[in-house]
Structure formats: C-alpha cells, structure tokens
Design a protein around this ligand. Structure first.
Ligand SMILES: [Zn+2]
Ligand SMILES: [Zn+2]
Length: 358
C-alpha cells in the first residue's frame, strides 16, 4: 500500500452517507480478504439516481438507511490483491464490478434468477456498504476483466448499461422489434443504446425535456417526441408515437414509471407486444390495463440485472455501444468535490452521468 497513515499504511477512505444531505469522507476499514475475494483500488465510480435518492431521503422503497453507510455502486478499478483460490485475476488487472452478492443457495439463485434473491447483498443498499472508497474487498467472480481498449469509466458504466441489457432480454428485443422508450434520462438512454445493440431497427423515444431529447437524437434515436405531463394528452400522444414509428410498436420500455407514461406505453404498444416497466416513479398507478390485456399486451417487470457484465463489456469493446457521451461531469475524491458532484447529479439539467475519478 502507499504512503501516509500512522503506521506507514495508507488509511482507506470512503464517502459515508451520515444523514439527509450529509456525506462525509471518513476512514473505512476493509474486511479481511477471503480466499475467493479480490481487493480492488477504485478508479471510477458513477453516481446513480438511487444514490441521490438515499442522500435526499435516507430511504428508497423499503430500504431505510439506519446507520452510516458507504455510498456508490457503479464502479471499476484495479486489482491490488487476490485471495488464494482466485484463478482468473492477478494484481494490476483492470476490472468492472457487479455490485450484488446473491446467496447462491435459494431456489431463485439456483434457477439463475439471482437478481431476485431474497438475501441479496448489494452495494449501497442498506445495511450493505457501497464502493465510493479508495479500496474495497469484493468476490472475485463479480469482478470482470476489462479489455485494453476500454477505460475504467466505461467499466463503471456497465452497471447502468446492465439495466438496459436486462430489460431488452426480458422483452425479447431483436432485429424485428420496433422499440418505444418512455423517458430520456440516464436509464432511458442506456435502454435505447441496448435496444439498438440488440438489433432493434427503429427506436422512438419520448420525454418532457427538449435537451434530453436532443441528447437522445445525438445518441441514435430515430425519432424523438416531446410529451406533456398531463394525462389528458395520452390519446393524442399515442397517435403521435404511432405515426413517428411508422410501423407497429412491438416493445415499449417505460423508463419513468408514472400513470401517464405507463398509460401511453400500454396504448401505443401493438397487439401481442410487450411493455416493460423499468423506471419506478410511482409505486401505484392508474392505467387502462383491460384494453391492453384484451389485445394480449404483456407487461413485464424488471429488477436490476443478472449475467449482464460479459455482454456489456463485449458491446463496449466492439463499439456496438458507446457510453462515453453519457459521462457529462467528472469530479475528484475530496470532501468538497463529493458534495459538488452529488449536487450536480441531483440538479439534473445537462447532467447525465456524473463520475468520480479516484
Ligand atoms: Zn445504478
Ligand atoms: Zn439466493
């Protein structure tokens, strides 16, 4: 380890969520390195909407932050040390980290749907610590080696991109599926990029914000449509979407998750198509479900992702997906910059992905 600290060893520091709007860089003691673990020096950590949510409210859905917790879960770094049983990594390897540790014993894990494991231990979901730290210890099988041509920032982007990839898999996106994306925020954009990489020939994306639509267009959307937040506009906007698609809407992704966006997605999706609920704006929604049900429109939910890192890395390596334009802001790892970075992400505006370089 490097210099500093009392006994010649560098003190490991992390960004701790202490209370509402209160993040402090403080020492973070690492657990011992198990035989199947790797110790990673973090180099790139992105800020996610969920991180900001925890900072503003100290809770998200059923998860409540009761004790100080290290924040951050979109990350990549360099291997410092591996446990005695680790075969596929050596010190110096650059890796992207999958944040969730499942139990591997329950029925869902054994079935392969480990993202639904009831005993999941996931970075920065209380009471589990996250990864905005100088170093962390993580199971080596969740550390994926990055090819030469990928940066550590691109490695960190595998986490949000995984949401889009998992959604596309759940909705069977392919070369014959025209896709509608509701919402052009970070998750809407990665879902759009994933749908394109899965071969979707035509993608229409809608949002309430002109700037976001401009970004979506630059990133490859075929058509963009500005919509309102007024439920009364659903019918007319469904018509606009269908016209813009110029073909059947086979799959819709609701990356916002409000009554209005879900109503629009259900109405726009053609008979026999799929609506995938990705964003969770509201837990309860008022939507015209019966008219969609009699047209056999399937509604599928998604929760995080599973087995997505290898494909994300391949999409990035081959250039099928470029996530670099999504990284709009960069900050270092000091108390002042951590505060500024979270404020930047919370403010929204032009910020898509705010990234720490450690
Ligand atoms: Zn995230
Ligand atoms: Zn399990």
């Amino acid at each position: 380890m490097g210099k500093g600290g009392k006994d010649g060893e560098e003190e490991n520091m992390a960004a701790w969520l202490i209370g509402v709007n209160n993040l402090k860089i403080q020492p973070f003691k690492l657990p011992p390195l198990g035989p199947h673990d790797a110790r990673i020096r973090m180099k790139a950590v992105g800020i996610c909407g969920s991180d900001v949510h925890f900072l503003k409210e100290m809770k998200l859905a059923d998860f409540v932050v009761k004790e100080p917790m290290v924040i951050g879960h979109e990350c990549a770094g360099i291997v410092e040390q591996v446990g005695t049983e680790v075969k596929h990594l050596v010190a110096g390897d650059r890796v992207a980290l999958e944040p969730g540790i499942s139990c591997s014993r329950c029925g869902l894990c054994k079935e392969g749907r480990y993202n639904l494991c009831p005993d999941m231990k996931f970075f920065a979901t209380p009471p589990i610590h996250g990864s905005l730290a100088n170093q962390i210890v993580h199971p080596a099988d969740l550390c994926f080696k990055l090819p030469e041509n990928l940066s550590l920032e691109e490695g960190a982007m595998c986490e949000p991109l995984s949401v889009g990839v998992h959604a596309c898999r759940r909705a069977n996106v392919g070369p014959e599926k025209n896709v509608l994306v509701m919402g052009a925020g970070p998750i809407g954009l990665v879902t759009m990029l994933a749908a394109r990489a899965f071969g979707s020939p035509r993608i229409v994306i809608v949002d309430v914000d002109d700037h976001r639509l401009l970004v979506a267009k630059e990133l490859g959307a075929d058509e963009t449509i500005k919509v309102s937040t007024d439920v009364k506009d659903v019918a007319s906007e469904v018509q606009k979407i269908r016209k813009a698609m110029g073909a059947e809407v086979d799959v819709s992704f609701d990356c916002a998750g409000f009554s209005k966006t879900m109503s629009t997605a259900l109405g726009a999706t053609s008979s026999g198509g799929k609506v995938c609920l990705v964003g969770l704006g509201h837990t309860e929604m008022n939507v015209p479900l019966a008219p969609a049900a009699v047209r056999e429109v399937d509604v599928v939910g998604i929760f995080r992702y599973k087995n997505t890192w290898p494909l994300c890395i391949e999409f990035l390596r081959s250039g099928k997906i470029d996530v670099k334009p999504l990284i709009t802001h960069r900050f270092g790892f000091s108390q002042k910059e951590v505060e500024e970075a979270f404020e930047t992400s919370a403010r929204g505006g032009n910020a898509i992905k705010v990234m720490f370089n450690l």
